[in-house]
Design a protein around this ligand. Sequence first.
Ligand code: AMP
Length: 536
Amino acid sequence: MRGRMMDTPLLISSLVEHASRVHGDQQIATRTVEGPIVHSTWAEVLRRSKQLAEALTGAGIGTSDRVATLGWNTQRHLEAYYGISGMGAVCHTLNPRLHPTQLVYIMNHAEDRALLLDTTFVPLAEAVADELRHVEHYVVMTDREHMPETSLPNAVSYEAFIETCPGTYSWPSLDERDAAALCYTSGTTGHPKGALYTHRSTVLHAMGVAMPDVFNLSRDTCVLPIVPQFHACAWGLPYAAAVAGSKLVMPGPRLDAEGLTELLESEQVNFCAGVPSVFLGLIQHWRASGGAPSALSMVLLGGAAPPQSLIAALEGEFDIEFRHGWGMTETSPLGAVNTLLPAHRSWPVEERSAFQTKQGRAPYGIELRILGQAGEVLPHNGQAFGELQARGPWVVDGYFGSDETPLTDEGWFPTGDVATIDSEAYVQITDRTKDLIKSGGEWISSIDVENMAMDHPDIAMAAVIGVPDEKWGERPLLIAVPASETKPTKEAVLEHLAGSLAQWQLPDKVIFVDSLPMGATGKVQKTQLRKEYAGG
Ligand code: AMP
């Protein structure tokens, strides 16, 4: 028997409609690319995203056409999320930190017909425009006054593009399984691949993200996504904030510690989310400038493993609740969040922060399992480690433009991460499958060694890679960035590591460098390090 309930499709347009209807006066603040901080509302974002949909329709963009964005986190970029997907086109966020040849590959592969870009990225677009085979329209996300001189064909400022449109557009009633947004993975091997989100997956993910044990969003939340809108849709925050009616604060291009701290303070932000490397800079700035922003009560770090010392500093020194998240572009990205159980909360900071290095538990909507080398499903005992696999309504089942399925026969997505799962369902990522180091038949987790190295007060960043070794197969090499001009000695670092690692797990060599090569989404590029140092 079929149930008797309305079959209302889960559409991205319904999110901004809801936010405007119920939380219309809730603020959206942006530090603009032009400089000043401006304030708007969800009602205004709805009207302007409709104007954008009208303008794009007028320019000949239709259902399923890909419209790319190359932008910072701003109100206009937020309107692009809603205007483009809402009208049934596909919002394709581009990562400006990619190499231009990769951008060209991705835009041609996606067959992007229009590009919305910030003034910052006009030179980048000009440099590759001749190679973009499908782009007909360039919309620069600024007003007439700030529109730069440009050689981009048919370039128009965003404000000029939308100004004559009435903003009375009626969103089409789409199939919730239609494509809504496209995001290519960083592509550490081979060509980048496009995760093609549906309206349904995006809305379900947004509701999952807003839950108390996940990002805990409500009308009272003032959220600043430091994570860029071009990195897995800013982890769903622009959509989840609409579900919950939260205030959004968009940092624009100023992602330096001073600029962020100023904005966190002036907008009274109480929740922000980003990758660990940004927070390492933030806490140093807070120490030097007399404290953390006054309203900030919770931060969520993900995208890479945060060192325990950073977690302990946030919770112990600055009294900010820390949450650890794990996910991938392919999982929309939310896959797990470490929120403490009541029993953990009374633990001393040292013990608690060690536990918080675990990536956490799957929210409703995600199932996780680990598999051994023979393909056997491993027990959740916190010891057995194997490849982490995921499934659920916001996990990819394939890639844009590809007939191949990445899924196992049983329909699970292999993440490429190696993990343990404990009896309380907390996942701990020990490595990427390709980053694990095998020494004398035993596995060494590069993440473990990195975390311990970064707990040394004189080390700011660390990466560990396996280098070929005749006797042992592979041996760990530690590449570290000193925290100040005084480098610690190799002996001091090894002595520190020997406090928690077995002798055979200790790196054979320690190299100090000024900086580590960072990928476009805030992860250390180990492929680059292997190229440089694999010779030992
Ligand atoms: P991306 O698709 O670019 O977001 O990259 C996803 C990958 O980032 C995952 O498969 C993990 O290898 C890594 N990652 C994400 N979050 C974490 C985390 N909290 N700890 C360790 N690695 C992470």
